[in-house]
Ligand binder design. Sequence first.
Ligand code: FAD
Ligand code: UDP
Length: 365
Amino acid sequence: MQYDLLVVGSGLFGAVTAYQAKQQGLKVLVLEKREHLGGNVYCEDNDGIKVHKYGAHIFHTSNKDVWEFVNGFVEFNRFTNSPLALSKGKLYNLPFNMNTFAQIWGIQTPQQALDIIEEQRKTIKGDPQNLEQQAIALVGQDIYQLLIKEYTEKQWGRECKDLPAFIIKRLPLRFTFDNNYFNDIYQGIPVDGYNPLIEGLLDGIDIQLDTDFLADKEYYLSLAKEVVYTGPIDAYYDFCFGKLDYRSLKFETKRLERDNFQGNAVVNYIDKNVPFTRMIEHKHFALDTDTSHTVISEEYPLEWREGLERYYPVNDDKNMQLYKRYRQLNKQSENVHFGGRLAEYKYYDMDKVIASALHFSKRFL
Ligand code: FAD
Ligand code: UDP
């Protein structure tokens, strides 16, 4: 065997695992299907603006170990995500907080907001069973109709009634005038983008870009004693039980010869008649980018089909049952380990992926 460990995929799960294994003296090979490293955190330079090629990536965590780990490779800025939502021609602050409540209801105090929400959530009795019930139980009918329903159905291509409740619980709800989209203790974006983080993790490790592991699976498996696979789990098993659903995205990125287009990094477009969900203005992630031009990306959601990238697992009951069947198969191949957003079919944020890879890598100690 030429290698102790073969890592399939150079996203955060693969890169962190490869790094940890190398630190323990293991000989590692990383295969990457794309022409670049980093998976979905990859950034492209546009005359001084770091463009998040696969959508806005804001690092946030309450895990001190993870924060210290990433800060060992790159410096982070103090970016705080405060997106705006455009609904029916009016801008609202996100996440759902006193600014939003004041904009919608013209009220001033937390008690006034609580009273309105309390009244509007009465229709939901017992534990919420789907995203619609969960949203109304959290913020009431008005906000559900104004800021959630159309965005969610556009994003997921499914009715809110058919989506799992946990998705909407990602968003904070608070009764203070605070537009921070995350509740985590640490937040920021690497000052030079995410590429130096991935390059630091994979420094000195053998890498093959433009290489699809599944195109010659048996050969690549024969190269190493153990394998970490971070691609889609159903594809690994040749879709033997059928295909898992994923949501994909199309990014329309444009360079504009003006210094500021929307005045904020992220603006959500709620209305269903606007075909994209978000508009990102990349320079605002950096806080100190002084350029006369700007770069914007519109994010169009669509159902995954062959030839597109998979971005979001659709964790409804049907797909979770299917995923579990694939997971059972994995128990039969002991030296192949599945990790990350696609292989675990999990709606993981970056910090959770890193935490999971660090935990997994303890086996190399
Ligand atoms: P990936 O980054 O998908 O990496 C998997 C890699 O494996 C890819 O490079 C792929 O090309 C490669 N691969 C797959 N199959 C093969 C094969 N057969 N052979 C070789 N290589 C293969 N998280 C946050 O914390 N904050 C955010 O703001 C945030 N924003 C996001 C916005 C969007 C639009 C999306 C889609 C995700 C966002 N995330 C965010 C989540 C974040 O992208 C993930 O948590 C993280 O990138 C997952 O890392 P990963 O290694 O599991 O997967
Ligand atoms: N969401 C919404 N309105 C918004 C923003 C988010 O209804 O303006 C819902 C939507 O269902 C989305 C979920 O909240 O899928 C999670 O949002 P988040 O911003 O965390 O999604 P991501 O950045 O992962 O796409």
